[in-house]
Ligand binder design. Structure first.
Ligand SMILES: NC(=O)c1ccc[n+]([C@@H]2O[C@H](COP(=O)([O-])OP(=O)(O)OC[C@H]3O[C@@H](n4cnc5c(N)ncnc54)[C@H](OP(=O)(O)O)[C@@H]3O)[C@@H](O)[C@H]2O)c1
Length: 269
């Protein structure tokens, strides 16, 4: 099976690395394109054996599966020229905010389309991805898409109607966690802790807590309750997060703003 990446940036590199590590395809069966050979250098270095193809139509014609890994704002110029070359291909789009109906406008009616939403922890094989099938995608296509996305993390099938919310949650989510980490470091530094030590402790706390939650059968608030002894320090700290429902309200607003932007992007695409 030949897999082609239209776009050779961060997400393409992450997924191609996962595909080779998981043995889904050999590096020699992977191709990519970008606007210049030079800009695909880090892709080809990261996946030794993969090839850059300068011509997007040729990239399509020589692949069984094409993964769209270019920015949404570049799609309207790049994709309509590939209509003929897309005939009969399975095309998996990673683009945020570009609905299946828009992709269908650009490609041949016989192209089988699937829309995915991955996230950046894919770079280390811990991605959280979803995929939504277009009308003509077959069950074999979906099994293949699931194995492609799961090669770099976990993957779930969803209805496209859920993708804007999922974009706000897991697509943008890594940045929320990085903000939270940064806030922990700032807060501890302000209380006099060495910044490097604060960073190490914050990182290990978030990593350890996420891993504990992933391995536990308990819900997050049940795990939190285990740490909150009556009259203790954790209870005092959490009271600030819970005051006026502060953290819940903040995250609800954060997710709603990201979802609204995803919906806006879909309208603009
Ligand atoms: N990063 C995230 O957190 C994230 C999360 C979920 C989904 N996504 C989606 O994943 C996709 C890729 O994102 P990314 O962060 O990997 O982007 P990126 O690092 O900016 O890479 C984009 C790639 O597209 C190439 N490209 C642009 N126009 C092209 C054209 N006409 N023909 C061929 N290649 C072209 C670029 O080549 P040049 O360098 O030569 O211009 C570059 O290799 C986006 O659609 C994004 O919405 C990203």
């Amino acid at each position: 099976m030949k897999i082609a990446f239209l776009g050779a940036g961060k997400m393409a590199r992450a997924l191609a690395g996962g595909l080779v590590r998981a043995g889904v395809v050999a590096a020699g069966d992977i191709t990519c394109s970008s606007r210049s050979m030079e800009s695909s250098r880090s892709f080809v270095d990261f996946v030794p054996g993969a090839r850059w193809i300068g011509e997007n139509a040729e990239l399509f014609r020589t692949a069984d599966v094409v993964i769209l890994a270019l920015k949404p704002q570049h799609m309207a110029t790049a994709l309509p020229q590939l209509r003929d070359a897309s005939a009969g291909r399975l095309i998996l789009s990673l683009a945020a905010g570009v609905p299946l109906v828009r992709l269908a406008d650009w490609f041949a009616p016989s192209a089988r389309l699937v829309r995915a939403m991955p996230n950046t922890p894919m770079q280390i094989g811990l991605g959280a991805s979803v995929y939504a099938p277009g009308r003509t995608a077959t069950s074999a296509d979906l099994a293949l898409v699931e194995s492609i996305l799961a090669s770099a993390g976990k993957a779930w099938r969803v209805d496209e109607a859920q993708i804007d919310t999922i974009t706000a949650l897991s697509g943008s989510g890594p940045a929320y966690v990085f903000h939270f980490l940064d806030a922990l470091v700032r807060g501890a530094s302000a209380l006099g802790l060495d910044e490097n030590l604060a960073r190490e402790l914050s990182l290990q706390t978030v990593l350890g807590s996420a891993t504990l939650a992933a391995r536990s059968h308990l819900a997050p608030m049940e795990l939190a309750a285990q740490v909150k002894s009556p009259g203790g320090t954790t209870l005092a700290g959490c009271a600030v997060l819970e005051e006026n429902d502060a953290l819940n309200q903040l995250m609800a607003r954060c997710l709603a703003a990201a979802k609204a932007r995803a919906q806006e992007m879909a309208r603009e695409s």
